[in-house]
Write a protein that binds this ligand. Sequence first.
Ligand code: PEP
Ligand code: MN
Length: 339
Amino acid sequence: MIVILKEGAPKDHVNHLLNDLTQLGLKTDVIKGEHKQIITLIGDTTKVDIENLMARQVVENVRRVSEPYKAANRKFHPDDTIITVGNQKIGQGYFTVMSGPCSVETEEQIVEVAERVKAAGANFLRGGAFKPRTSPYSFQGLGATGLELLLKAKKATGLQIVTEIMSLRDIDLFADVDIIQVGARNMQNFELLKELGHCNKPILLKRGLANTIEEWLMSAEYIMAGGNTNVIMCERGIRTYETMTRNTLDISAVPLLKQVSHLPVIVDPSHATGLTSLVKPLSKAAIAAGADGVMIEVHNCPSKALSDGAQSLTPDQFDNVMESIKRQLEFEGKTLLKA
Ligand code: PEP
Ligand code: MN
């Protein structure tokens, strides 16, 4: 439920109202928009007497929010959320490029890729240390050592890092990670999401392989309900009957999410297609659709990569994709901050 306040509503009246609403056991938040303030109410709002609320001097209107996602709902937060990570901003006109290998393999590999993607204009380094692999016999990632190598690459380049968490057990190892990724396979690992709701780091939440947009938003809601509102949605393709691509990029999810939610949305054309040749056109499509960023896999030697080599760009190919991305961003009036 949202309570829209009249312009210039006196502070003491608003505080009084907030106090009464909290007494009903509701979680309240005051959102200051450009002209108006709204109070958002989360909890059992059946106890709220709407007529009584409407009769208050400071209240302009009261609206029930029928969607099950509340904190992630644009009705609760009319302005776009901008997520600040160190010297970077994500959302509302600030475009972000997260690049790096699927898996961290060696120090030389991750530092070399980090240097190359930074030089090309990427503003975050991505790399997996804990890898969710379909087969238990495939490379599972370097784990804690991989995180250490990522931190070395961060130190060497100044790029902030994004990496995936797979288990609650590892959470303490992520203390120096800048953005924690929740992968497609863990999108509905509710215990993990709840725990991440209590940490103060931005969470990159990938869409599950076969999840609806509403289910995906409900997973964001799990994190936000715990108090962590820094959630970035990442569309990485969904399972369809198509076999010529690894997944099908649901490009419509981008503008749709922007309509119904205030959270930043980024697109991962690498996992969405599994094909290097589609990374450039789909990155451009993502920008045109209103995405706030892209996540692209880059490996210094894709043919020897321990995971996802077929979809990884070489640093030279990435240079070329970045040129197109920059041209398209200029056309759309979006800013790519320098790392
Ligand atoms: C990844 O980013 O390397 C990854 C495993 O992605 P997803 O969870 O989207 O499959
Ligand atoms: Mn991958």
